[in-house]
Design a protein around this ligand. Structure first.
Ligand code: PBG
Length: 331
């Protein structure tokens, strides 16, 4: 045999020379669940190791991440029922604890990159990402609400806004609203190809944000989130988001949609983000808790696969764990 691929795998040093993909904490985004009570703290039962925290408990956690070189965060609020209504008005209220927390975080850590969630579901009594009317999710009527939410978030100091609602035209609508208020430096990380997935379960449980059970309310999100069977449709969404002024294109979930990540990376010019969602993390944690998989090996392998497929940035509940092992030279 003249050609033996194994020669390039002979030692750790040789393998290091030919390694094609390098994942650093700088590529990772840590999701944070925010509670209204500043002192509050509780673990998400279906996502062991992930906590909901009030702002007083969150600031030290962010500091610990920053020290590990993990500087990007995406934050989601757990909104009490009394603050929810049909129009999600609390999402842009002056006393909204999510906006106040963003201000506090950016004041304390100006160099952190803080990403928001733009969607009605945490604030909507109906639990949908858009306005519900006549038993449907109304697209154009939702856009002004998303725009108000966006301007309030930009004013609170978020660096990048993350529209996760899948309404048509929302990126352009938000971009215009932001620019007309002078927030032209605030970026948009669009949830471009967000699928109607079963893997959001632990997230909805953590925030109590599932669609409300009522016969007049659609019980799933299939009229706005994408059909898991479709790939070409993701390209259509990507071209629209690009034209509307998005700064990042996101694929969500990540692990079950690596083909979509690779396709968008090849066919578009914007940076690609991928959301390794709650259910994808939960299934790995469950297998590890049962002793069926080794967390130390499986966790980095999963994140590497998402990066290798083409995601520049990865949102994952394992971000801090990865950064910790990276710092300790174990990766
Ligand atoms: C809300 C939103 C969801 C997630 C992020 N933003 C849930 C949903 O669309 O129902 C899911 C994230 C995860 O599962 O980790 N628009």
């Amino acid at each position: 045999m003249m050609i033996r691929p194994r020669r390039n795998r002979r030692s750790a040093a040789v393998r290091g020379l030919v390694r094609e993909t390098h994942l650093t904490p700088g590529h990772l985004i840590q999701p944070l669940f925010l509670l209204p009570d500043p002192q509050g703290e509780s673990e998400v039962s279906s996502l062991p190791g992930t906590f909901r925290r009030g702002i007083d408990r969150l600031l030290p956690e962010i500091e610990a991440c920053m020290e590990l070189g993990l500087r990007s965060f995406v934050m989601f609020p757990a909104v009490p029922d009394e603050n929810k209504d049909k129009e999600a008005t609390y999402s842009y209220a002056d006393d909204n604890f999510y906006l106040l927390a963003a201000k506090a975080i950016k004041q304390r850590f100006p160099e952190a990159c803080l990403i928001s969630d733009v969607a009605m579901d945490p604030y909507s009594i109906d639990g949908h990402d858009g306005l519900v009317g006549q038993g449907r999710i109304l697209n154009d009527e939702s856009l002004p609400i998303l725009a108000k939410m966006s301007v309030a978030q930009a004013a609170a100091g978020f660096d990048i806004l993350g529209p996760s609602d899948m309404m048509d035209g929302r990126v352009g609508f938000m971009r215009q609203a932001l620019d007309s208020e002078g927030f032209y430096e605030t970026g948009i990380m669009s949830y471009t190809a967000k699928y109607a997935s079963a893997y959001y379960g632990p997230f909805r449980a953590a925030l109590d944000s599932a669609p409300r059970e009522d016969e007049d309310i659609p019980k799933d999100k299939k009229t706005y989130q994408m059909d898991p069977a479709n790939a070409r449709e993701a390209l259509r969404e990507a071209f629209l988001d690009t034209e509307e002024g998005a700064d990042f294109l996101m694929v969500k979930p990540a692990l079950h949609y690596l083909d979509i990540i690779a396709m968008l990376k090849a066919e578009t010019e914007l940076p690609i983000a991928a959301y390794h969602v709650s259910g994808e993390c939960a299934m790995l944690l469950a297998a590890c808790q049962n002793g069926w998989l080794d967390y130390e090996q499986a966790m980095p392998e999963v994140l590497l696969s998402i990066h290798r497929a083409g995601a520049d940035a990865i949102l994952t509940y394992f971000a801090k764990d990865y950064a910790l092992r990276y710092r300790n030279g174990r990766l």
